[in-house]
Design a protein around this ligand. Structure first.
Ligand code: ADA
Length: 605
């Protein structure tokens, strides 16, 4: 499992096996052999061809530590290892631990090439809470579920390093201020995405961000260092595998060097023709290859413009969800989901409601999807919006999301705080802080957030795009109305009229959520709520209106597929304890609505 890039990977994996069998007995050696080739590894950009990177996805030792323990008191030396777990993976969907809430531990040994090298452990995302120990020493605690996160590892005394990760999935406002039990999606415990251990030189490259400045190939390049920065930086830049050009004596400001240049032979990235470029940056002792696309995204007179041309966003909200894998989806599923969306004529995905898997965004780049990526949030009440610790972690996860995804041309909208109490004064500072942090990190994309208070919203002035979540005809305004579907269009009309009255008519307006539930296979002559017919009729009205209405810049239908949610009393409004508003069920079997939407989005109807 320990893949080593930038070295002779095959020779190194043989060393791994020899070390294990010699030191820790045959059973473990067999276990290692199992680990070596069996797991799905799809590395994503950026890539590193000089440093040693141990990709740690695969089988780890594991154990459920307890439902009552304080994870802050757990020490690696006291743990008895009696189980196995895959990384990525969530323990509470595994047969041995299904439904459990508590503390779970995972262990893996990493055979470093240079024990004297400092390291960095990079996590694509975990939840709900995680703590990392290397050789028994606590190195950091992650309180930002789903967000990319990393921790520095000091050099060790021995080549083999013991890595122990504690995961806790209990709802706890102190430990996990960003995830609450009222969220309408299941809060799983585990390592949701890939983990890698990087061996680093004293001065290493952290990330290189390429920001398109125009359509002629001019770009701004930000080179961010990790470690001891020199006074000035000498770097080489090679686009698309071409010859490296030297850029010497670059000024550094807090480990960041910025320059502008022009991409040779620039090609635009467009949904119908998603052409990508690569940039390899080399410095003394390290290198990184980033992939990016040349495109601009702007807002003008109520429209979203991609490369200067209006684009209508037609798509769905998508949770990273599967009944067995939870949010730790295998790459087959990521591609499968996008292929289903494409068949429906979609060009747009809202990654509800958290930072996305980098492998998923790589696929969106390749397939030409447009993405609304948002930081973790769901129905945040005003009291949390006023809490300084909450806001600090919100900002941290939002910045981490933007930095991780900055090179994906697919991402055009940044968001946060889905359906917070943005009609209350406590929201003003919280929204301003997050919108400001995003613009500071990346002024090249549009900022939005999904409000479910369109008529009392206080924060329209802080966004570039107005995103509204509403469920007319599902959660009824009038329970006695004979034909609830008749609520849909009047509500849309009212929102549009209200935005005009508020002086927001020039901003693009998207319907970031609207939809209705249906139980897969429930076809009924009454065609009432929960029947496939009702949902199909509902989405038919919505999709037709969006396609036809110039004032609507796009839609993200709620939702792509059914997903597990509350396992408590809230499930009374969620049959099967699933949110059933998917156009596909949780196994991606289409309901009637999928075909209705397909016919409208593809123009067949
Ligand atoms: C909200 C929320 C979604 C989902 C939806 C629903 O708008 O943003 O996550 O819970 O309601 O199904 O009611």
């Amino acid at each position: 499992m320990d893949t080593v890039s930038g070295r002779d990977a095959m020779a190194d994996s043989v060393t791994v096996l020899r070390t294990q069998s010699g030191r820790r007995g045959l059973a473990i050696a067999r276990r290692r052999i199992l680990c070596e080739g069996a797991m799905n590894q799809v590395s994503h950009f950026p890539r590193y061809d000089t440093r040693t990177v141990h990709r740690l996805d695969g089988l780890w030792e594991a154990t459920f530590v307890g439902a009552d323990v304080d994870p802050g008191e757990v020490r690696p030396g006291d743990i008895r290892w009696d189980d196995l777990m895959t990384v990525p993976g969530v323990f509470d969907s595994c047969p041995n631990h299904v439904r459990k809430r508590g503390c779970f531990a995972l262990r893996h040994f990493v055979d470093t090439v240079d024990s004297a090298a400092r390291g960095r452990l990079r996590f694509g995302g975990l939840g709900l809470w995680g703590r990392v120990f290397v050789d028994g020493e606590c190195l950091g605690t992650c309180q930002t579920p789903y967000a990319p996160w990393s921790v520095a590892v000091p050099p060790g005394r021995r080549r083999q390093r013991e890595l122990v990760i504690l995961i806790d999935n209990r709802f706890d406002r102190d430990r996990v201020p960003l995830f609450d039990p009222f969220f309408d999606f299941y809060g799983y415990g585990g390592i949701y995405r890939s983990v890698a251990w990087h061996e680093l030189p004293a001065c290493a490259l952290d990330r290189v961000t390429v920001t398109p400045l125009d359509l002629a190939g001019n770009v701004r390049i930000d080179i961010r260092l990790d470690g001891n920065a020199p006074a000035k930086l000498d770097a080489t830049l090679a686009f698309d595998g071409g010859d490296p050009a030297a850029f010497n004596g670059l000024e550094l400001n807090s480990g960041l060097a910025t320059l502008t240049t022009r991409v040779p032979s620039p090609r635009l990235w467009e949904p119908a023709n998603p052409r990508l470029h690569t940039l390899r940056v080399g410095i003394d002792g390290d290198s990184i290859t980033e992939r990016f696309g040349l495109r601009t995204v702007t807002a003008e007179r109520g429209k979203i413009l991609l490369n200067g041309k209006p684009v209508k966003l037609l798509g769905y909200n998508r949770h990273e969800a599967h009944p067995q894998f939870g949010p730790a989806l295998p790459p087959q599923q990521l591609l499968h989901d996008l292929q289903l969306l494409r068949r429906l004529g979609c060009n747009f995905v809202r990654g509800s409601h958290y930072p996305q898997d980098q492998r998923f965004l790589d696929l969106c780049d390749e397939l030409g999807f447009l993405v609304f990526e948002e930081a973790l949030g769901w129905g945040t009440p005003a009291v949390h919006l006023a809490d300084p610790r909450f806001n600090e972690l919100q900002e941290a996860q939002t910045r981490a999301m933007v930095r991780a995804s900055a090179n994906h041309p697919s991402v055009i909208l940044w968001g946060f705080l889905n359906e917070c109490e943005s009609h209350k004064p406590e929201s003003d500072a919280a929204v301003a802080r997050l919108a400001g942090a995003i613009r500071e990190e990346d002024p090249s994309r549009l900022v939005t957030f999904a409000t479910n208070h369109p008529f009392e919203e206080r924060n329209y002035d802080k966004v570039d795009v107005v995103s509204v979540n509403q469920y007319p005809g599902w959660y009824p305004e009038d329970r006695h109305k004979e034909r609830p579907l008749d609520e849909i269009e009047p509500l849309i009309d009212r929102v549009i009229a209200h935005l005009k009255a508020e002086g927001q008519a020039a901003k693009p307006f998207i319907i970031s959520e609207m939809g209705a539930g249906a139980i897969y296979g429930w076809r009924d002559e009454l065609e009432a709520h929960w029947s496939e017919q009702y949902q199909a009729a509902y989405l038919g009205i919505l999709a037709r209106r969006v396609v036809a209405d110039e004032r609507i810049a796009g839609v993200a239908i709620w939702q792509f597929c059914d997903g597990r949610t509350y396992a408590h009393g809230h499930a009374l409004g969620r049959p099967r304890a699933f949110n059933n508003k998917g156009s596909f069920d949780e196994y991606r079997r289409p309901k009637m609505a999928a075909d209705t939407v397909r016919r409208i989005f593809t123009g067949e109807a």
